[in-house]
Ligand binder design. Structure first.
Ligand code: ASP
Ligand code: MG
Length: 410
């Protein structure tokens, strides 16, 4: 008998029938004697619908009112799930974030959890009830409703599991685990039995959409055993573990290939090669809240240099505009933007103990005639920026070059 926190995403509770199926699943775990805390998202599409309503009224609505609005999606699903459980003969009680008392800071629409009061949940569990909690929301010290950012129900699940010291946090979603890469791009992608937190964090920040990054960070920080599973298909899913040793035994050098199309690169050409230039360029970019990712600088023969860096695609135009003034000021020849690029990354803790991973990667791409525009590395990943039109080819090529392709069973 154990305490499980399960989180069901929007697709899993997308219709009344699916909410019934979740209730059946939860009832099954109760029957086996587990204590259950269930976190749910809003029905799929609901959060987007609410945001669109707000935007019909105002381009940038007040963030406090936005949180009052979008938190309603989850309030609908907690009540419906409790009804479905009661109909099946199981006692259950729903809680909004504020009713649990998931205390957050006051940064509306992107609040961070500070403290969770477990008393209400414990009392219900002791009384044999299923506890159903609205994901994605909390309350600040003054009692204002807050939300945790898009996809924030994952974080709610992990945070509750940490607070209650649950035996496992299980994230039920529409895929049956974490894959070596996106199966929609590579049909021979494989489900991973296990992946380390570190790798999962890289995969999530490099574009894999399976889990919200903050949820993975949280789980790593508080040692919450985390499992990703499908709501629709039986199976063990993927366990995200802290135990690297155990994991590296038969672990390949590369565990997964991540990619991201939401990239654009900005180049300042012909800038004077003098100290302080990079900061003159990048400081205003940071001040404008634009996140800079890969940075490359080349030195030319004539005492000038080119600086290229990547930003999120949606920030490209604003960044080029902003830097046009800076370019004039520092005497740069030209500022240009290119949004037809993408980033492909190989990720694996096994890289630490293996040399030659980068050359395998570059050779595989070269053999397909794919030009690498920029490179960045860390201890457990190598990312390259390439032309977007080669993205799928690059992902497939690297997937097989690193031995990740599933055996064909035919
Ligand atoms: N409903 C929220 C969203 O769509 C939170 C979540 O689903 O995790 O972002
Ligand atoms: Mg989600």
């Amino acid at each position: 008998m154990s305490l499980l926190v399960q989180k069901y995403g929007g697709t899993s509770v997308g219709t009344v029938e699916r909410i019934g199926a979740v209730a059946d699943k939860v009832a099954g775990f109760r029957e086996q004697g587990h204590d259950m805390v269930v976190v749910v998202s809003a029905m799929s599409g609901e959060t987007n619908r609410l945001i669109a309503l707000a935007n019909d009224i105002q381009e940038r609505p007040d963030p406090r009112e936005m949180d009052v609005l979008v938190s309603t999606g989850e309030q609908v699903t907690i009540a419906l799930l409790c009804m479905a459980l009661k109909k099946r003969g199981w006692d259950a009680r729903s809680y909004t974030g504020g009713q649990v008392r998931i205390l957050t800071d006051d940064s509306h629409t992107k609040a961070r959890i500070q403290e969770i009061d477990e008393a209400n949940m414990r009392a219900d569990l002791d009384a044999g009830r299923v506890v159903v909690v609205a994901g994605f929301q909390g309350v600040d010290a003054k009692g204002n409703i807050t939300t945790l950012g898009r996809g924030g129900s994952d974080t709610t699940g992990v945070a509750l599991a940490a607070a209650l010291k649950a035996d496992e946090c299980q994230i039920y979603t529409d895929v049956d685990g974490v894959y070596t890469t996106d199966p929609r791009v590579v049909d021979r992608a494989r489900r991973l039995e296990k992946i380390t937190f570190e790798e999962m964090l890289e995969m999530a920040s490099l574009g894999s959409k399976v889990l919200q990054i903050r949820a993975v960070e949280f789980a790593g920080k508080y040692n919450v055993p985390l499992r990703v599973l499908s709501s629709f298909k039986e199976g063990p899913g993927t366990l995200i573990t802290l135990d690297e040793e155990e994991n590296t035994m038969e672990q390949p050098v590369v565990s997964g290939i991540a990619f991201n199309r939401d990239e654009a690169k900005i180049t300042l050409a012909g800038i004077p090669d003098t100290p302080g230039i990079a900061s003159k360029i990048l400081a205003p970019v940071g001040e404008a809240n634009v996140e800079v990712d890969v940075i490359v600088q080349n030195v030319g023969a004539d005492n000038t240099t080119d600086l290229t860096f990547t930003v999120n695609r949606g920030d490209m135009n604003k960044t080029v505009e902003l830097l046009s003034a800076v370019a004039k000021e520092i005497g740069a020849r030209e500022v240009s933007g290119d949004d037809a690029i993408a980033k492909v990354s190989i990720v694996g803790v096994g890289m630490r103990s293996h040399a030659g991973v980068a050359s395998t990667m570059f050779k595989a791409l070269a053999e397909e005639g794919i030009n690498i525009q920029m490179i960045t590395t860390s201890e457990i990943k190598i990312s390259v920026i390439i032309s977007e039109k080669y993205l799928e080819l690059a992902v497939r090529t690297l997937h097989s070059a690193f031995g990740l392709d599933a055996e064909v069973t035919a």
